[in-house]
Design a protein around this ligand. Structure first.
Ligand code: SF4
Length: 363
């Protein structure tokens, strides 16, 4: 049975959204986002007061260990975080100046059309009972009023664009006939089907070899050059170095450091960022640290394992984001960067933890 196209987004819904968009506003504006996950032991603050923007043609990378809140942040933007158990309990998300969570916006008119998502697990995007071509064509026709033939042609084009060899034949295959890395590329092709203005991609280059990764990075750079905004989650610092304009470091559901990629790589200021970069062997990834269940509820979330913790770190709130060495674009949520406290020791540690330094050591 072919896919059901009856769910095609009404053009009036998209037009209604477009009519309220503000070109002067950031492409994506997230303010004080808070998402809780309800468990038998009470709510877990998976995302706890996260704010950031993504502009047109800008790549913003979210880094941090598993469980730091990166994926839940991405899935909260257009309401695809599984609810229950997750619940967005506060904050706002605006796309081109239009609030996405005010109850008036039809998120289906935005999701997949103007904001494309690539999930960490490509199984989320693929249905095992339809061919890859049917699913790609569905992703086109649900947002665009095109003929079935044009949708099929577009499916072949998209599959070729993400580097699947022999795309005209492979569109006839089912997801289980593709490797894990190929399924991930198919998921990326689906996310690009409607030419979104923002791509939210969670680990889009994992499980692919270096040749394919280079091709995917070239594709992402091409999207950026054409004004597409990119919010990227990745553990791969090489990918961050290749693509990112700005880096957001997450720990315990909060952003603990942010800044231009050069500043964060050359001078990782927050003790968690330093520990994270230290856990990499140069740019290569070491195994994940074990998941934590001991993140403090108040004060600095990182203080239980911070080698620099002092009494001021105990609370009651996560420290504000302070400018690092007078650079307002580079901030760290750490009491040492308050004006009255010398941060020389932390900044000395920064040089040792810098992945760019580590790369130089290898030469
Ligand atoms: S605020 Fe305190 S505990 Fe937190 S990272 Fe800074 S020094 Fe460490």
């Amino acid at each position: 049975m072919p896919p059901d196209h009856s769910s095609r987004i009404a053009e009036s819904d998209v037009a209604s959204f477009l009519s309220t968009s503000d070109d002067a506003a950031p492409l994506l504006d997230v303010t004080d986002l808070r998402t809780h996950i309800h468990t038998d032991h009470g709510p877990v603050r998976a995302v706890d007061g996260v704010s950031f923007t993504v502009d047109r043609g800008e790549a913003v990378c979210l880094v941090g260990e598993s469980g730091s809140g990166k994926s839940v942040t991405c899935e909260s933007l257009t309401g695809i975080v599984p609810s229950p158990p997750a619940e967005m309990v506060g904050g706002s998300v605006s796309f081109e100046g239009t609030s996405l969570h005010d109850g008036d916006t039809d998120l289906r008119a935005v999701r997949g059309d103007r904001i494309g998502h690539v999930f960490q697990n490509p199984q989320h995007a693929l249905d095992p009972v339809y061919t890859v071509g049917e699913q790609l064509a569905e992703a086109v026709t649900v947002h665009r009023d095109v003929s079935d033939e044009a949708a099929r042609d577009r499916a072949v084009e998209l599959l070729g664009r993400v580097g699947i060899p022999n795309p005209a034949e492979r569109v006839k295959d089912y997801p289980h006939e593709f490797s894990g890395g190929m399924r991930q590329r198919v998921a990326l092709a689906i996310a690009l089907a409607a030419d979104p203005e923002l791509l939210v991609a969670d680990e889009p280059t994992t499980a692919v070899d270096v040749t394919v990764q280079a091709r995917l990075l070239a594709l992402l750079r091409d999207l950026l050059a054409n004004g597409v905004g990119l919010l990227l989650v990745t553990h791969d610092l090489r990918v961050v170095a290749e693509l990112a304009d700005r880096v957001l470091v997450m720990f315990g559901g909060t952003i603990v450091e942010r800044g231009p990629v050069e500043a964060v790589f050359e001078r990782p200021a927050h003790p968690y960022t330093q520990a994270l970069f230290d856990s990499y062997d140069g740019f290569a990834r070491r195994p994940d640290r074990p998941a934590r269940d001991d993140v403090p509820e108040d004060g600095c979330r990182f203080r239980a394992e911070c080698p620099h913790a002092i009494e001021a770190c105990s609370g009651p709130n996560q420290p504000p984001e302070y400018a690092v060495a007078g650079d307002e674009d580079h901030t760290a949520s750490c009491v040492y960067y308050a004006e009255d406290r010398p941060a020389d020791d932390l900044l000395a540690d920064a040089r040792a933890a810098s992945p760019t330094e580590a790369e130089g050591d290898d030469d």
